[in-house]
Write a protein that binds this ligand. Structure first.
Ligand code: ZN
Length: 240
């Protein structure tokens, strides 16, 4: 009998939330997974993998009126469920069913939803999937192949290319104060790298390799020292 290390034995060893973040290449520690959060179901005519999770944290201030969160002035007000396409984990199209915490502000009565660098607001494709699409485009792969490999439709691939690729053509932009670094599986045995405006959830650029020298030389050659010094935090929760 072969016993593999780290495999569930008799259902007693369950992956922790932290393990799930690593398995899915998700870099946001505010996303929590519970036991038994993975199941398979038919979706769009295909056997698919669904992973349930919750996004929650304590906001510092109201995003609308900027009033600081004091004495429970921002309170939890239900959740909003999003189905987010992730890069395939294994052989099935993979979806994150993310319950995003909603908050209400006592001062201005506004409501807002928790944010994550994993996905842009009002978007249902993980930034890592977008990054994968953009890298595969530079490999001159057909839209059809890219769609198959990234579990989204061909028109969605085209839309991502149109929306995102344009931004990367010029480098007359600055770096935001808060960055998020993301890694995802690209080619066999290769991890790609993307960096994201942590506040807006916007992909800023995608590199085919995560190797430290590539990343460093990219930042040095594309941004001025002043730009780079503007960065206050880099979020790489769950990174390897
Ligand atoms: Zn408010």
């Amino acid at each position: 009998m072969i016993v593999y290390e780290n495999l569930p034995i008799g259902g007693t060893h369950l992956p922790t939330s932290n393990d799930m973040l690593k398995i899915l290449d998700i870099q946001d520690g505010n996303i929590e997974f519970k036991d038994h959060c993975v199941y398979h179901d038919e979706y769009k005519g295909e056997k698919s993998k669904f992973i349930e999770a919750k996004l929650t944290y304590t906001p510092m201030a109201c995003v609308k009126c900027q009033a600081p969160n004091e004495n429970y002035s921002l309170y939890r007000n239900g959740t909003q469920l999003s189905r987010i396409t992730l890069p395939m984990a294994g052989i099935y199209p993979t979806y994150l069913l993310l319950k995003k915490q909603r908050f209400m502000c006592k001062s201005c009565k506004a409501t807002f939803t928790a944010k994550t660098p994993v996905v842009k607001d009002h978007c249902f494709i993980a930034n890592t999937v977008k990054g994968l699409i953009l890298l595969k485009t530079t490999d001159a792969q057909s839209i059809k192949n890219i769609a198959r490999d990234s579990s989204v439709s061909a028109p969605t691939v085209q839309r991502v290319i149109n929306q995102e690729a344009r931004k990367f053509q010029s480098y007359d932009r600055t770096l935001p104060a808060n960055l998020s670094f993301d890694e995802f599986k690209y080619a066999k045995g290769q991890l790609a790298f993307e960096y994201i405006d942590a506040k807006a959830g916007e992909i800023l650029d995608v590199l085919p390799s995560r190797d430290g020298r590539t990343v460093k030389s990219h930042f040095i050659s594309h941004y001025s020292l002043r730009d780079r010094e503007n960065v206050q935090t880099i979020n790489r929760v769950g990174g390897k």
